[in-house]
Design a protein around this ligand. Structure first.
Ligand code: GRF
Length: 204
């Protein structure tokens, strides 16, 4: 069984979808811990309701960014994860974290990368006027939403969309992709070959 830690900052609908999936033993992954940078994150309540242990690693409790990053790595490490899933985690993972969990940390982003990286992917896509956008599931590297892409899902932009309506539709597609891809990785492994993400040929 692949041990998964989920990082959340927000409502946690992606986490909720993973928790529903992991109830089926055939899924191959089990969420063993949820870690947040915010004590108020709704995702923590979802985790608690499911009986999954949680931890909060708030930047304000640390001297600087590097110390926070080490603290985050320690808290995640407590759960001995095989895979770390950043699902609506609104912070950049730094060197100490990636030294420990690089290559097995994945992120979901609500736009079709490499277009519209960063914290406002939905807003930026809408402002640009693209006719399709979507979500990208990728391996986390040291950049902002730049790591090797595992999967993408496309969502049409409607004429009367605002940021909220578009993000809601993206999140429906994003959750489906996330659940499917985490399952594939759990059952088949994830490795990087020549800078590309490869699922299904074992772990690196
Ligand atoms: C997702 O769209 C994620 O890609 C973005 O924020 C949203 C988080 O949603 N960064 P939730 O907290 O999983 O409901």
């Amino acid at each position: 069984m692949t041990r998964v830690v989920v990082l959340v900052s927000g409502a946690g609908s992606n986490l909720a979808a993973l928790l529903t999936a992991h109830d089926d033993a055939a899924y191959g992954a089990r969420v063993v811990g949820v870690v947040s940078d915010k004590a108020s994150a709704g995702g923590l309540d979802i985790a608690r309701a499911a009986g999954v242990p949680t931890a909060v690693v708030a930047p304000a409790d640390f001297e600087d960014r590097a110390a926070w990053d080490r603290g985050l790595a320690r808290s995640v490490g407590v759960f001995s994860p095989d895979l770390v899933v950043s699902a609506g985690f609104m912070r950049i993972l730094g060197a100490a974290f990636l030294d420990e969990f690089g290559g097995r940390t994945v992120n979901t982003h609500p736009a079709l990368l490499p277009s519209f990286p960063g914290a406002h992917g939905v807003r930026d896509a809408l402002a640009y006027g693209v006719r399709v956008t979507g979500a990208t599931f990728h391996v986390v590297d040291a950049g902002v939403d730049t790591g090797p892409i595992i999967a993408q899902t496309v969502v049409e932009v409607l004429d009367d969309d605002d940021e909220e309506s578009l993000h809601e539709r993206i999140k429906v597609a994003e959750r489906e992709m996330l659940v499917a891809q985490v399952g594939r990785i759990a059952r088949g492994g994830l490795r990087l070959e020549a800078g590309r993400a490869v699922v299904g040929r074992g772990w690196a």
